[in-house]
Ligand binder design. Structure first.
Ligand code: BES
Ligand code: ZN
Ligand code: ZN
Length: 477
């Protein structure tokens, strides 16, 4: 992973920076238009609106002017930070006035915007931005929020790197080892990697079934963050760690397969979030399970019509080997249920149907508990990540009935995300609070936009951390 730019909080603009960032409203632009520099800007039709950026000089000092006038409420400090980091990526040290913005959010945005993925280039372009000074008050709370932003950004960079690594390189063994290393010398944080013997012993029939067609052995990563606080609630995270989804015998067309190295985006988000949670140290226990395999077509690949016996004893008729995510998640949800946490959330690039419904930037939320669902929405909102709820409509459960087994792994075409969630619900123990986030859209971006870079986005890392930080046990009747 590349190194994040170093942030520091200062009271006054430091001398000798390559460039200074300054906010400006459209009124100020109007007022100063007659000035020489401003005339130049006016010629470029810079108006000072949110998202507008112009690099100019003031008294010989290079300046990055950022529009901050918004018609609809306060400007989003994260997006401003992202835009700024992209605009100044060619210089090495910058200073930026925090002004009225939230310093933590601005810092988060700058660090997120500075991300580049270069690992596969023969001549990697090194990011030049190394130092960022935030000019603002040195209040303790501000310092803490900037430090939190650094932890979050580091985790998001990790998740992006993992998603961006090609499927033939990030095999389950490597993925699991990276997760394992994160716990080295971190108090209260442990990571256990299950190999094939343990996976077989635990009868993880879904994970084993999907792994059958691959030459690369499956892994299951189990993570545990324990707070020192007595009586704290426990949150469980589960993430789909499918390192490459060819579709299996129900093979995908090439175009649909092109981004399937990102099919471990849920697992990457969970692993990265756990590392950030352990670094922040909130008063909550967090446990996580990430099943890892690729979905390939080897000679022993699971056949269409095969029946798998899952961890919880239920049998599943595999009628489409491309609906593999739910098979590996099912076993992980059973394991999470056995730990009897106060709530479980799983994250998975599970269905194309979620992308059809909500587009590329928004995850689909489905839950068996409205209060927990609301806390997921609140955490996403506070993190600037987009989530929209779909109903967990049990009427559609009938589509998963199988003539030969307890259930089948595909239903009908319509409402595919809901049926996938209903499949997962079969593996959540009765009475447990659970939410499912289908991140098939936002885990990966074909091209960059105001919130995402091209490729792996690290979506949901920050939402998960916030969810854990604010987590309270919910009473059920
Ligand atoms: N990994 C895919 C889902 C996906 C699609 C993720 C697009 C990201 C972008 C998943 O394993 C899959 O193939 N799902 C099938 C399910 C179907 C066979 C019921 C799908 O959505 O087509
Ligand atoms: Zn698939
Ligand atoms: Zn998949």
């Amino acid at each position: 992973m590349s190194k994040l730019p170093a942030l520091r909080l200062v009271r006054k603009a430091p001398a000798n920076v390559d460039l200074v960032g300054r906010f400006i409203t459209s009124d100020e632009v109007e007022e100063q238009k007659r000035d020489l520099v401003w005339a130049e800007l006016a010629a470029r039709s810079f108006k000072g609106k949110v998202g507008e950026i112009a690099i100019t000089t003031e008294g010989g000092q290079p300046v990055c002017l950022m529009g901050i006038t918004s018609k609809c409420g306060s400007p989003d400090a994260r997006k401003i930070g992202i835009g700024f980091a992209r605009a100044v990526s060619k210089v090495s040290s910058v200073a930026i006035e925090v002004g009225d913005l939230d310093a933590g959010e601005l810092a988060e945005g700058i660090l997120l915007g500075a991300y580049v993925y270069n690992d596969q280039k023969s001549k990697p372009v090194k990011p030049t931005l190394t130092k960022v000074a935030l000019i603002g008050s040195g209040a303790k709370a501000v310092k803490a929020s900037v430090e939190r932003a650094e932890i979050l950004a580091k985790a998001v960079w990790l998740a992006r790197d993992l998603v961006n690594e090609p499927g033939g390189s990030l095999l389950p063994t490597k993925f699991a080892n990276i997760a394992k290393r994160l716990a080295t010398n971190v108090t209260g944080f442990t990571v256990k990697v299950w190999g094939l013997p343990e996976i077989k012993k635990a009868k993880l029939g879904g994970l084993l079934g999907v792994n059958q067609g691959s030459d690369n052995p499956a892994r299951l990563v189990e993570m545990n963050y324990k707070t020192k606080k007595k009586g704290a609630p426990t949150l469980a995270l589960v993430g789909k760690g499918l390192t490459f989804d060819s579709g299996g015998l129900s093979i995908k067309p090439s175009a649909g397969m092109a981004t399937m190295k990102a099919d471990m985006g849920g697992g990457a988000a969970v692993i990265a979030a756990m590392s950030a949670i352990a670094a922040i140290g909130p008063d909550v226990n967090v446990k996580a399970w990430v099943p890892m395999t690729d979905n390939m077509l080897g000679g022993n690949a699971v056949r269409v019509g095969d029946v798998l016996t899952m961890r919880n004893g239920k049998t599943v008729e595999v009628l489409n080997t491309d609906a593999e995510g739910r098979l590996i998640l099912a076993d992980a949800l059973s394991l999470a249920s056995e730990a009897k946490p106060d709530a479980i959330i799983d994250l998975a690039t599970l269905t194309g149907s979620a992308v059809v419904a909500l587009g590329n930037d928004t995850a689909a939320l489905m839950t068996n508990n409205a209060e927990f669902g609301q806390s997921v929405k609140d955490a996403a909102k506070a993190s600037g990540e987009l989530v929209w709820e779909l109903p967990l409509e049990r009427r559609y459960r009938r589509h998963l009935d199988s003539p030969v087994a307890d259930l089948k792994n595909i239903g009908t075409r319509w409402g595919g995300s809901i049926q996938a969630a209903l499949f997962l619900e079969e593996f959540v123990a009765d009475g447990l609070i659970w939410a499912h986030l289908d991140i098939a859209g936002p885990a990966f971006a074909d091209s960059s936009n105001d919130i995402f870079p091209t490729g792996g986005t690290g979506y949901a890392v920050r939402t998960l951390v916030k969810l854990a930080e604010d987590f309270k046990a919910i009473k059920t009747k």
